[in-house]
Design a protein around this ligand. Structure first.
Ligand SMILES: Cc1cc2nc3c(=O)[nH]c(=O)nc-3n(C[C@H](O)[C@H](O)[C@H](O)COP(=O)(O)OP(=O)(O)OC[C@H]3O[C@@H](n4cnc5c(N)ncnc54)[C@H](O)[C@@H]3O)c2cc1C
Length: 159
């Protein structure tokens, strides 16, 4: 997990500045090494032999954890899923009230988008955004949201 920052300029630029802080935590750096080793292991299985013309990127010359991190820092991308910059919750680090979607301590400001996810979802984020928007619409309109379902799912931080 990375702690992103989001800064709104007062200067010349009208665009906010987003800093993802990739590779800033030990977990992020470790998991990159694991991910590359895991992908290589899967793709080098005999079942893939007929499709396997050799590794293109990062390439077999990138071996050590340090080399993998260097490659990630140069070539890594967001995969278009920025999220979690103002998580909903009730603890000290949360920004948005999950019962109303209002920003804690600010009048007349709600946030309803991927930024309120407390942690990034396992899969792509478009469907979860739709789900939280549907629920937020009910909360804002004063309708009863659908009852919660206790569905088991995998989380890396809970094994
Ligand atoms: C190329 C691409 C492919 C993707 N493919 C997938 C995929 O296959 N599956 C998947 O699950 N996810 C996919 N995603 C990710 C997913 O679509 C987005 O992360 C998701 O839409 C984020 O939802 P959001 O509501 O947080 O933000 P957005 O969908 O970006 O919505 C933000 C909205 O705010 C509006 N807005 C911005 N500024 C203002 C303003 N000042 N005033 C009023 N409105 C404003 C914008 O016009 C926009 O409508 C993809 C993303 C991209 C870019």
């Amino acid at each position: 997990m990375n702690f992103h920052t989001f800064r709104i300029h007062n200067g010349h630029s009208i665009y906010p500045k987003l800093r993802f802080n990739y590779l800033s935590t030990e977990q992020d750096r470790r998991e990159w090494g694991e991910a590359v080793r895991c992908a290589r292991n899967i793709l080098n299985q005999p079942a893939f032999d007929e499709y396997n013309a050799g590794e293109l990127s990062p390439g077999p010359q990138v071996e050590s954890d340090e080399e993998v991190l260097e490659w990630v820092a140069k070539d890594g991308e967001t995969a278009l899923h920025p999220s979690c910059t103002c998580k909903m919750g009730t603890d000290g680090m949360s920004v948005v009230d999950p019962e109303s979607m209002k920003v804690h301590g600010v009048e007349n400001l709600r946030v309803v988008d991927a930024s309120v996810m407390p942690y990034i979802t396992n899969g792509n984020i478009y469907a979860p955004v739709m789900m939280l928007a549907e629920k937020a619409a009910d909360l804002i309109l004063g309708n009863s949201p659908l009852p919660p379902e206790d569905v088991k799912f995998f989380r890396t931080d809970q094994g």
